[in-house]
Design a protein around this ligand. Structure first.
Ligand SMILES: Cc1cc2nc3c(=O)[nH]c(=O)nc-3n(C[C@H](O)[C@H](O)[C@H](O)COP(=O)(O)O)c2cc1C
Length: 401
C-alpha cells in the first residue's frame, strides 16, 4: 500500500525521517548532550500540564494570530534556527518557503547550509541568528551582510558550553565530502535510496560548509572550521551583548535564557525579545525543561520585552501551554527538521498545519476566542512544576528548584 505523504503527528514525521535519513544525519538531529535528560524533559514536561476543557460556550471564531518583534504572524509558532547539513537538498530555503506559505517567520542559523540571500528571497520575514564567534570585525561583516540581504531581526544565541558528549554516541560527520569520505559514507547512503535520489537529482552532494560565515573574497568555512573558530573565541560579557545589540541596531532577540537574573540583565542590555531556551537540550544536560522555567521569567520581564519559548514543542497543545505560562510565541526546532526530512517543504508545511490545528483545538476546547486568553487556570499544574532559576542576587542560594 502506498503511504499517504501527509502525516498526522510530528512523531510520525520523526519515524519517517529516521527511515529516510542516513543514520549519522538522523543522529545529528536527535542530538542532545550527555544523558539526554534535558531534551526528554523538554518534551515530557508539557504532558504534566493537564487541560481543563469546557463543554459548552465554545467560540465559533477563533484568532490565532500575533506579532513577534513587530512582524505579524498567522500563528504563534516561528522557525528556530538550526545549523544542520545534509537533511534535504533544498535545506533552509524549503523551510523558509514553508514558513512564508503558512504566514510565519523563518529563523536562519549562521551555521545553516544555505546563504542568507537565498533564504530572505524565499521568506521576507527572516531573522538571522549568530553566535559569539570570531572577531568583532567579522561579526560586523556578518551582520552587515544579513541586514543587506533583508533580515528583519537578529537572534543572538548565547547558551552553548561545548558540552556535547553523548552517552549514546555522536555520529561521525566528515570535514567535507571528498572521495574518501564519500566512500566511507557510501554504505549508509545506499541504505537510504530516497535521500540519495533527492541529492542525485540536484547533481550535487552536501558540501558541509557554512556559507553565512564566508569572509568577503574567501571561501565558505567548513562546518568544523566554523566550529573551531567559535571554540577559540573568548566568551562574551554583558558589555559584549550590549555592543552586539547596538551594532545590529534593529530588532534583537537573545536566545538561551533559563534564569530570571539573566532575563533581567537582557532587559538592561536593551533586547526586544528573549527566548527561554536550553538549546533543545544540547547545552548543559539536566538543565530543566524550558516550560518549567518560562512562567517565573515571563512574570518577571514579560511586561517589558517579548518572551518566547523553544524546546520540546511537538503539538499544538504544547503551544497553548507555553502561551498560558506567558510566552508570546514559540520557536520550533526538531519538529520542522523531521518534517523537512520526511517530505521537504510540504513536510514543514504539514508540521505547521498540525501545530495550527492542535492549537485551534485547545482554544476551542477551553472556550476562548483568542490565543491571548490562555492562562495557568486552563490547566492543572502539579505542585513544584515550575523552576525559578537565578533569583535575585540578594539570595544566598542563586539557583533554587
Ligand atoms: C540539530 C540542531 C541544530 C541546532 N542548531 C542551532 C543553531 O545553529 N543556532 C541556534 O540558535 N540554535 C540551534 N539549535 C537549537 C534550536 O534553535 C532550538 O533551540 C531547539 O531545537 C528547540 O528544541 P526542539 O528541537 O525540541 O524544538 C539546534 C538544534 C538542533 C536540534
Amino acid at each position: 500500500m502506498r503511504q499517504n505523504p501527509w502525516f498526522e503527528s510530528v512523531l510520525e514525521a520523526q519515524r519517517r525521517a529516521k527511515k529516510r535519513l542516513p543514520p549519522s544525519v538522523y543522529a545529528a538531529l536527535v542530538a542532545g548532550s550527555e544523558r539526554g535528560r534535558t531534551p526528554d524533559d523538554n518534551q515530557n514536561a508539557f504532558a504534566e500540564l493537564q487541560f481543563a476543557p469546557r463543554v459548552a460556550g465554545h467560540q465559533p471564531e477563533r484568532d490565532l494570530s500575533t506579532t513577534v518583534m513587530g512582524i505579524p504572524i498567522s500563528l504563534p509558532v516561528i522557525i528556530s534556527p538550526t545549523g544542520v547539513q545534509a537533511v534535504h537538498p533544498d535545506g533552509e530555503v524549503a523551510v523558509a518557503r514553508a514558513a512564508a506559505s503558512r504566514g510565519t517567520i523563518m529563523g536562519l542559523s549562521s551555521f545553516a547550509s544555505k546563504p542568507v540571500e537565498e533564504v530572505t528571497a524565499a521568506n521576507e520575514n527572516t531573522f538571522f541568528q549568530m553566535y559569539w564567534t570570531g572577531t568583532r570585525e567579522t561579526m560586523v561583516q556578518r551582520m552587515d551582510r544579513a541586514r543587506a540581504a533583508g533580515a528583519k531581526g537578529l537572534i543572538a544565541t548565547l547558551d552553548w558550553s561545548f558540552s556535547i558528549g553523548r552517552d549514546w554516541g555522536s555520529p561521525v560527520i566528515p570535514e567535507k565530502l571528498d572521495l574518501k569520505s564519500m566512500w566511507d559514507f557510501a554504505p549508509e547512503a545506499i541504505r537510504r535510496p530516497k535521500w540519495l535520489l533527492a541529492y542525485a537529482k540536484t547533481g550535487r552532494v552536501p558540501d558541509l560548509t557554512a556559507p553565512n560565515l564566508q569572509p568577503p573574497g574567501g571561501p565558505a568555512p567548513t562546518f568544523f572550521g566554523a566550529y573551531y573558530e567559535w571554540q577559540q573565541t573568548a566568551p562574551p560579557s554583558w558589555e559584549d551583548v550590549e555592543w552586539l545589540r547596538r551594532e545590529w541596531g534593529g530588532k534583537f532577540m537573545l536566545k538561551g535564557i533559563t534564569r530570571i537574573d539573566d532575563a533581567k540583565r537582557a532587559v538592561d542590555a536593551g533586547v526586544d525579545a528573549i527566548s527561554v531556551s536550553n538549546h533543545g537540550g544540547n547545552n548543559l544536560d539536566t538543565t530543566p525543561a524550558t516550560i518549567r522555567c518560562l512562567g517565573p521569567i515571563a512574570d518577571a520581564v514579560g511586561h517589558e520585552i517579548e518572551v518566547l519559548l523553544d524546546g520540546g514543542v511537538r503539538r499544538g497543545g504544547d503551544v497553548a501551554k507555553a502561551l498560558a505560562f506567558g510566552a508570546r510565541a514559540v520557536m520550533i526546532g526538531r519538529a520542522y527538521l523531521w518534517g523537512l526530512a520526511a517530505n521537504g517543504q510540504t513536510g514543514v508545511e504539514n508540521v505547521l498545519d498540525l501545530l495550527r490545528v492542535g492549537l485551534d483545538s485547545a482554544v476551542l476546547g477551553l472556550g476562548h476566542r483568542s490565543i491571548t486568553q490562555f492562562s495557568r487556570a486552563d490547566f492543572y499544574v502539579p505542585e513544584g512544576f515550575e523552576r525559578r532559576l537565578g533569583i535575585e542576587a540578594a539570595s544566598t542560594s542563586p539557583v533554587t528548584a
